[in-house]
Structure formats: C-alpha cells, structure tokens
Write a protein that binds this ligand. Structure first.
Ligand SMILES: Nc1ncnc2c1ncn2[C@@H]1O[C@H](COP(=O)(O)OP(=O)(O)O)[C@@H](O)[C@H]1O
Ligand SMILES: [Mg+2]
Length: 235
C-alpha cells in the first residue's frame, strides 16, 4: 500500500482538488483507492457525498485516528491512499508526512504563495519523505511553452531543495465545476485539457510511487540520453 499526503499550510492551494482528481485516476487504473479527509471543513467528503460512483472510497477522520484507519486499509487490501489535510496545522502535517510515501505540496504560482510553502517543505524534509511541489492554478500556457509566471515560479522553487512536478496544473473552470456534481474534470470532460493535464500529473505521481527510482532519476537519465544524442548529432 502506498500513501500520498497532500500538504500545504495555505488554504486554497489545491489540496482537495488534487486529492480527488488523483484518487479517481488511481482508481481508474485498477488500484484500490481510499481517500482520507482529515480537514474539518470536509470538502473532499462533501464532494464524495455528491458523487454517484462508490469508488474511490472515502473516510472522514481525525489525525488521532489516522494510523488506525491506515492499518484497516492495509488489511482491506487498499493499494493507494490519498490524504487530504487542513491548512495551518503543523502537527497534522508532521504526522501525515511521517506516514506518507510521497508528499505532494500544491501551490499557486505567485511569490507570496511560494514563500508560504517553505514551512511545509521543512516538515516534508524533516520526515525525509519523497516530496514533489505541484504548481497549481497556473495561467494557461502560451503557445508551446508554459506561461512566464509558471516558469518564474518553477525557477523560484528550484532553490527550495524539493523537486517540482514537470507538469503544471492550469487554472481551469472545469477543475472547480466538475467537483460540484461529485465528478472530476476528467469524468465531466474526458479528453479535455484539464483531463490531459491531470493524467500527465498522475503519471508522474505513479512513477514516484511505483519505482523506487522516481522521476528525478528518470529525468537525470533522460537528460543524459538527450546530451548523448546532442553530442552524437554534432558529428
Ligand atoms: N487548477 C485549478 N483550476 C481552477 N480552480 C481551481 C484549481 N485548483 C483549485 N481550484 C479552486 O480553488 C479553490 C481552492 O482549491 P482547493 O483544492 O479546495 O484548495 P485547498 O484544499 O488547498 O484549500 C476551490 O474553489 C477550487 O475549486
Ligand atoms: Mg481543502
């Protein structure tokens, strides 16, 4: 069983959005998936109640019960757990970090938001867990490249010592509107831009979870191959 923890002390950064979208994609590839809602505002649970499908499963609980819930999930044969957390609760964050295989830290790309994730990154690094910053609600890409704000954000967080997911999630109405009816963007508009972006992020997350190597080593390998190709092409 693999555990993904969504952490960011800032509200509105995309913890719940990513929890439900990644959870649905995990379930869709045949992984038995459990969402755990630790936020007393229970937005993930509200989404789940509006949902017709019974999967992924969702449990609403308190941090003190988290270990027990995970023990039960393991016994029940759950493959992937995605934990949604509340903002501004360092104690919860440390607990979730310690129990996660992969910590996702969503942030909006503005500089004030970026600074606010430093605390969260300290917690993730303190727990020595594999972590990934996810740039969320970014401006749409311009032509082939990403928007300048997204590129600036990527460069700014490069100094934080935690890798950034190569796939930014764009600010798209579909990510918000689909949730109102208990769906995800990919379910409401299969093959749409939001769906394609979230699937690309899921592939990065899946790689992180399944192969000990993770995407950093893969990327290093890719870069090496690209350099070798470039060198070869010069002859
Ligand atoms: N990529 C996105 N595109 C459009 N709206 C988004 C996106 N990510 C989040 N939102 C919206 O922003 C608000 C906060 O997102 P949410 O996932 O609830 O953040 P958190 O759980 O971190 O507080 C919600 O209304 C959500 O629908
Ligand atoms: Mg939330």
């Amino acid at each position: 069983m693999k555990v993904i923890g969504l952490l960011s002390r800032k509200g509105g950064s995309g913890k719940t959005t990513l929890t439900v979208h990644l959870g649905v994609l995990a379930q869709a590839v045949g992984l038995r998936t459990l969402l755990i809602d630790l936020d007393p505002q229970h937005s993930a649970a509200d989404w789940w109640r509006a949902r017709e499908a019974e999967t992924p499963q969702l449990v609403q609980t308190a941090p003190a019960e988290l270990r027990d819930v995970l023990d039960v999930a393991l016994t029940d044969g759950v493959d992937v757990v995605v934990i949604d957390t509340r903002p501004s609760a360092a104690q919860d964050a440390a607990l979730v970090a310690a129990l996660s295989d992969l910590i996702l830290v969503p942030t909006r790309p503005s500089i004030l938001d970026l600074r606010a994730i430093l605390d969260t990154i300290d917690i993730a690094q303190g727990a020595a867990r594999r972590s990934l910053i996810v740039l969320n609600a970014c401006p749409p890409p311009r032509g082939a490249g990403e928007a300048s704000l997204t590129g600036d954000a990527r460069r700014a967080v490069a100094a934080f010592g935690v890798p950034v997911a190569p796939v930014p999630i764009v600010n798209r109405t579909m990510f918000a509107s689909a949730l109102l009816t208990g769906l995800t963007a990919g379910e409401a508009d299969p093959g749409g831009k939001a769906d394609r972006e979230m699937r690309a992020l899921w592939r990065v997350v899946e790689k992180e979870l399944n192969h000990g190597k993770g995407y950093i080593a893969e990327r290093a390998g890719d870069e090496k191959t690209a350099r070798a190709r470039a060198a070869g092409a010069g002859h």
